[in-house]
Design a protein around this ligand. Structure first.
Ligand code: DX5
Length: 221
């Protein structure tokens, strides 16, 4: 089963609630909220308040992608705001193992994101604490960037790494995911597609875009 998450980074910020609802009605399985602090990535987006505002408006899970430095300072605030999963970047966590432990203490899921230049080896000591691994298929910071095909081999190697350990940890991909790249990443072993600009754009409706993404990976997957 392929999971589709709508990233609200490319949504109309003046209508975030409505756009999140549109994605839910269109059949996405979760909403990904891109938190950016202007330091870990150049852009600033939003904080726990937006998660709290969205929480009552949608019933699908809220995945909060923390593209911020020192995420350990904000875990409680996002969990309290209604996050179902917190996704932290290994690159932002000197005390990586402890951050993931803390997320589990908050009784929500812990996801790990790794940038295109980060090797899989950084995951080896925390796989038992990781509920989802998010392979960035762009360098994070903006929506609408071109997909990095170099990450396909990384996705395949990660799937092998997990299978060898008997782990069914889902692999998410984030960045440049659209009906053209989605089949490629699913064939490589990803089962969670995070899509922003291919869902929220001026070319088609949210419903049409989600349907196209779903169709691109087939119903049986
Ligand atoms: C990092 C963000 C984006 C966003 C998806 O920049 O995490 O990847 O979620 O952006 P699109 O789908 O427009 O590439």
């Amino acid at each position: 089963m392929v999971v589709i998450e709508a990233s609200i980074l490319s949504a109309d910020f003046a209508r975030l609630g409505e756009q999140a609802r549109q994605a839910e009605v269109a059949g996405v399985d979760a909403i990904q909220v891109d938190i950016m602090d202007g330091r870990f990535v150049p852009v600033i987006t939003f904080g726990p308040g937006v998660v709290r505002a969205l929480r009552p408006l949608v019933s699908v899970p809220l995945d909060v992608h923390l593209m911020i430095v020192a995420p350990e300072r904000h875990l409680e605030a996002f969990a309290d705001a209604g996050a179902d999963r917190l996704i932290v970047h290994q690159e932002a966590c000197p005390h990586f193992h402890r951050v993931l432990q803390r997320i589990h203490e908050l009784e929500i899921e812990a996801g790990v994101a790794i940038n295109p230049g980060t090797p899989l080896s950084v995951l080896e000591e925390v796989l038992d604490l990781t509920d989802l691994i998010q392979v960035m298929t762009v360098n994070p910071g903006w929506g609408g960037q071109p997909f990095l095909h170099s990450q396909l081999d990384k996705i395949r190697r990660l799937r092998r790494m997990l299978d060898e350990r008997g782990l069914d940890t889902p692999i998410a991909v984030d960045g440049g995911i659209d009906p053209t790249t989605a089949p490629l990443v699913v064939s490589a072993g990803a089962t969670v597609l995070i899509a922003g600009s291919s869902i929220y754009n001026c070319y088609a409706s949210v419903t049409e875009n989600v349907a196209a993404l779903r169709a691109s990976v087939g119903r049986e997957m």
